[in-house]
Design a binder for this molecule. Structure first.
Ligand SMILES: Cc1cc2nc3c(=O)[nH]c(=O)nc-3n(C[C@H](O)[C@H](O)[C@H](O)COP(=O)(O)OP(=O)(O)OC[C@H]3O[C@@H](n4cnc5c(N)ncnc54)[C@H](O)[C@@H]3O)c2cc1C
Length: 402
């Protein structure tokens, strides 16, 4: 039986989050964060107190055992409130990668880093991309060599990494993977938790991005970083696979935050066109504008349904062992479509607003800059999503890249 309804708990969760955000993360606050280039501590702490941070983790590890549909609702609501998508980044990176890290982490890593992050007193991120490129995970340069203590000696550099400044300030860390056996290709990669303030780790810079200014994007270099054995995440040689698992979850939540931001843009746009007069009547009365709106709404509902269907599939994967490759295709369709739909929505609504839309008095430009990050990269670029979609539709023989 097909049932598209949310459970009562999911509806209550949405209501509680929306209400809290309407008081604690107004568009004025989002503008302030964007200008100051930081998320206020009170906001992060509040998200922790509300149970939003790392909500997908088991309760004993600081989460609330939330399913992926619920986590998707959280991402959508955060995107709706914070159209710049800065606080959604803080939330979704941890809900997704934090989940995978926690699943693979030792009690030491959980105790030192993860449970603290769930309360808003830490940050757990993903450090995959390297200066030589982000799309080709199996082409990375980072190396893992066994060290004397039974752990790993890690050398390499990561860049365009979300939250490096926040992680340093809150003594957090990253999921990092690298080659322990390059000859084995992607089957020779291992993952570890690398604390950002660890000996041998140096933050290289904070990039001056065009959008989502309130959360940092930086880089870090690892020179003879010797992590102990209990900082390894998962089995040796399984680093590539756990990286893909993290991407799966993160891409669904990214898509949901873009859907939330697009919905806010449409609502702001509708408020505007109902008020703004041209040629003696509100803009909303012109069919040229209504057709634009209808086009946006139709795309919006289609992509939103796809995102929630995919979140539901993700739950099925964890609960019932759903086909991971079939799921990857759906996830990539979300990650390809939702950010572009959001960008297009911001552009169209900005046009409705004329010259006002082009100013910083209008909040929408923050959204346009923010969702652009997800069209470009951040959890995988558009073409990589297309490669996955084509591969899982036609078969691997047609899309071999190596
Ligand atoms: C704001 C922001 C935050 C980010 N945060 C993180 C983070 O927290 N952690 C992290 O690890 N990374 C992060 N990234 C990096 C992001 O994941 C990468 O940008 C992404 O994986 C693409 O890598 P790249 O930028 O090196 O582009 P490249 O891999 O160099 O690709 C450049 C272009 O070529 C295209 N391309 C590549 N290969 C192919 C192919 N085979 N066929 C056709 N086209 C191809 C890509 O689609 C892209 O358009 C972030 C990026 C941004 C913009």
């Amino acid at each position: 039986m097909v049932d598209f309804s949310f459970s009562e708990e999911q509806e209550l969760f949405r209501e509680a989050v929306r209400e809290w955000l309407s008081k604690n993360l107004t568009l004025e606050q989002v503008r302030e964060n964007d200008t100051n280039h930081e998320l206020p501590k009170s906001l992060i702490k509040g998200m922790g107190d509300l149970g939003l941070l790392l909500l997908t983790l088991p309760e004993e590890d600081g989460g609330s055992d939330a399913d992926w549909v619920t986590a998707t609702i959280g991402a959508e609501e955060l995107g709706y409130a914070d159209i710049s998508v800065a606080s959604p980044v803080f939330y979704l990176v941890q809900a997704s990668w934090g989940y995978v890290i926690n699943k693979l982490a030792s009690e030491t890593v959980k105790e030192k880093y993860i449970r603290r992050a769930a309360t808003g007193n830490g940050f757990i991120g993903i450090g995959v991309t390297e200066p030589g490129g982000g799309s080709d995970v199996a082409g990375f340069k980072t190396t893992f060599k066994p060290n004397a203590g039974g752990g790993w000696n890690i050398n390499g550099e990561k860049c365009y990494i979300s939250g490096t400044a926040e992680a340093a300030e809150m003594d957090g860390g990253y999921f990092v993977s690298g080659f322990n056996n390059r000859d084995a290709g992607h089957r020779g990669m291992t993952a570890a938790f690398v604390p950002i303030n660890y000996e041998g780790v140096e933050i290289t810079k904070r990039f001056d991005n065009m959008g989502r200014m309130a959360i940092s994007t930086g880089g870090f270099k690892m020179t003879d970083v010797n992590v102990p054995a209990d900082y390894q995440l998962g089995e040796t040689n399984r680093g590539f696979y756990s990286t893909m698992e993290g991407f799966d979850a993160a891409r669904v939540l990214v898509s949901a935050s873009c859907i939330g931001a697009a919905e806010r843009a449409m609502n702001l746009g509708m408020d505007y066109i109902k008020e703004r007069m041209a040629f003696g009547q509100p803009l909303a009365k012109y069919q040229g504008i209504q057709f634009d709106l209808a086009d946006m709404v139709a795309h919006h509902e289609a992509i939103k349904s796809l995102v929630y269907r995919t979140a539901w599939m993700l739950d099925k994967k964890y609960n019932e062992g759903f086909d991971a490759l079939e799921l990857a295709k759906y996830i990539s369709m979300c990650k390809y479509l939702a950010p572009h739909h959001a960008l297009d929505t911001f552009r169209r609504v900005l046009y409705w607003m004329g010259a006002y839309g082009y100013t910083k008095e209008c909040p929408l430009e923050m959204g346009m800059r923010g969702v652009m990050s997800y069209c470009i990269g951040a959890e995988g670029s558009a073409n990589i999503q297309k490669i996955v979609i084509a591969r899982e539709t036609m078969g691997r023989d047609w899309t071999k890249t190596r």
